[in-house]
Design a protein around this ligand. Structure first.
Ligand code: HEC
Length: 188
């Protein structure tokens, strides 16, 4: 086929597609722009510094009741674990041969306990907890780990101020980022 003919053939095919595409958009339009309310439903991440924590609050006492009803079956009555992760204890064991890693001994921030529970727990019904319930549960978990007193309450401001025992236990990886370029010869 000559170049000229080829270009004509291709442009004919392209032109034939145009009405179809336009038609497809009006007939099979897929998706709608997400509304602000919909985005808000997904935008639940909480940063270590507390940014993103929702309004609300809860107490250790409320959290205790919620924990017994919604968490103890998997994490044990006192957070001792089994069948799921242990949530309490282990402080001071991180350098031992068999470190016990819990939110109390290992996690560097309390804010991300809120984030995790709000997003992922209870395992059987994630995102079913209200913000108030999650504050209460976080308060109770911290109380069981000896980080908060029995009378304590938590909200966005007080949660962000908590300093976890292992706050300084993580170190940055000082190695520079390197590209993963394939090497064929004289590789170092
Ligand atoms: C049906 C069982 C089940 C229930 C109920 C449940 N969890 Fe969990 N939980 C799990 C499992 C399994 C994991 C580990 C998930 C993973 O590693 O992906 C987990 C992990 C966690 C962790 C992270 C532990 C760590 O150190 O990494 C926290 C915190 C937690 N759950 C809190 C809660 C709270 C609070 C509730 C009650 C609202 C709850 N869970 C209810 C099964 C459960």
């Amino acid at each position: 086929m000559s170049t000229h003919k080829f270009i004509r053939a291709v442009s004919t095919v392209v032109l034939m597609c145009v009405p179809f595409v336009v038609h497809a958009q009006s007939k099979f339009a897929i998706g709608t722009p997400a509304s602000e309310r919909e985005i808000k439903g997904w935008d639940i991440d909480v940063s270590p510094n507390g940014a993103g924590l929702p309004a609300g609050g809860g107490s250790v006492a409320e959290g205790g009741k919620l924990y017994a009803a919604k968490c103890a079956a998997c994490h044990g009555a006192k957070g001792e674990g089994k069948p799921a992760d242990r949530l309490v204890g282990g402080q001071g064991t991180l350098k031992a041969a068999a470190p016990v890693k819990t939110i109390g001994s290992f996690w560097p921030y309390a804010t991300t306990v809120f984030d995790y529970v709000y997003r992922a727990m209870p395992y059987s019904a994630p995102q079913s907890l209200s913000a108030n319930e999650t504050y209460a549960l976080t308060a109770y978990l911290l109380h069981m780990n000896g980080i908060l007193g029995a009378e304590a309450t938590l909200d966005a401001a007080s949660l962000a101020k908590i300093r976890m025992p292992n706050r300084d236990g993580f170190v940055g990886d000082g190695r520079p980022d390197t590209g993963n370029l394939p090497c064929r010869s004289e590789c170092k």
